[in-house]
Design a protein around this ligand. Structure first.
Ligand code: ADP
Ligand code: MG
Length: 249
């Protein structure tokens, strides 16, 4: 049906234009689901220094994303805001439609413990606890028994026979693999990794990078990586550079 004075053909073209990528595999699922993470106008300043300016981002379940950029560009600041370790100066962060700015610090800590897994450049394992105990530390808050999952995941990352070893008895790469398992133990919605391969030798870095990519696929965990390593960044589904406080695709 057409109405006088309106060219239906042109309208149709304009209506369809935003959806030209709709038949790319996976797009329909992604569009149907609400984003797991949404940043709306996120800015962060320290005193008079603006580190992040009006950052907007939608991330869907199961996606992987890298933030790259020179040292001091605001990568960790942004990751910490996403991970509820820090709050934006203005703007909002939604995790599964929940506005995190509405939560007080104890509630935020609950969200963090339950839904977010962190891997840092340094493994931060407890030196007096063994591998299995280290992995189970995040489960102590919820008092859920995840021993079986811990065994399974440690086996998955090739450390099934190292359960009773202490961090000091492991290589750097092995310690970082334990840290990755610890981050995943509570089945988080988001896995955040800040320079996860930054302090590893080449071979271990490649191993940990491979592991993160595989776990994102296998476990369906949504992954955000901050990295200087271009090869790791290139293996993420999406990449953004932080330039002058803004996200540049
Ligand atoms: P990156 O991770 O990209 O190296 P950061 O996010 O750590 O960068 O830091 C971005 C900028 O914010 C830097 O100039 C840094 O000095 C500054 N900054 C970070 N944290 C603080 C803080 N707590 N107080 C003041 N300035 C900070
Ligand atoms: Mg940093």
């Amino acid at each position: 049906m057409s109405r006088p004075g309106i060219s239906l053909g042109n309208n149709l073209k304009a209506d369809i234009a935003p959806f030209t990528t709709a038949c790319v595999p996976g797009t329909f699922t992604a569009m149907a689901e609400a984003p797991i993470l949404r940043l709306v106008g996120v800015s962060k300043s320290y005193d008079t220094v603006a580190v992040l300016r009006n950052v907007n981002l939608d991330l869907h379940r199961g996606e992987s994303l890298a933030f790259v950029g020179p040292s001091g560009s605001g990568k960790s600041t942004l990751l910490n805001i996403i991970g509820t370790l820090d709050r934006p100066s203005s703007g909002q962060v939604f995790l599964d439609d929940k506005d995190l700015s509405q939560l007080d610090d104890p509630k935020l800590a609950q969200v963090r413990n339950r839904h977010i897994g962190f891997v840092f450049q340094s493994h931060h394992l407890l030196p007096h606890c063994n591998v299995l105990e280290n992995v189970l530390v995040p489960t102590l808050v919820n008092k859920t028994d995840q021993t079986e999952r811990a065994h399974k995941l440690l086996g998955r990352v090739g450390l099934g026979d190292r359960l009773t070893h202490r961090p000091g008895q492991l290589s750097g790469g092995e310690r970082q693999r334990v840290a990755v398992v610890r981050a995943l133990i509570n089945e988080p919605k988001l896995l955040l990794a800040d320079e996860p391969t930054g302090s590893l030798d080449r071979a271990s870095a490649a191993e940990v990078a491979e592991l993160l990519v595989e776990l994102n696929r296998e476990q369906g965990v949504t992954l955000i990586v901050v990295t200087h390593a271009l090869d790791l960044a290139q293996r993420m589904g999406r990449r953004f550079e932080i330039r002058r406080g803004e996200l540049v695709p």
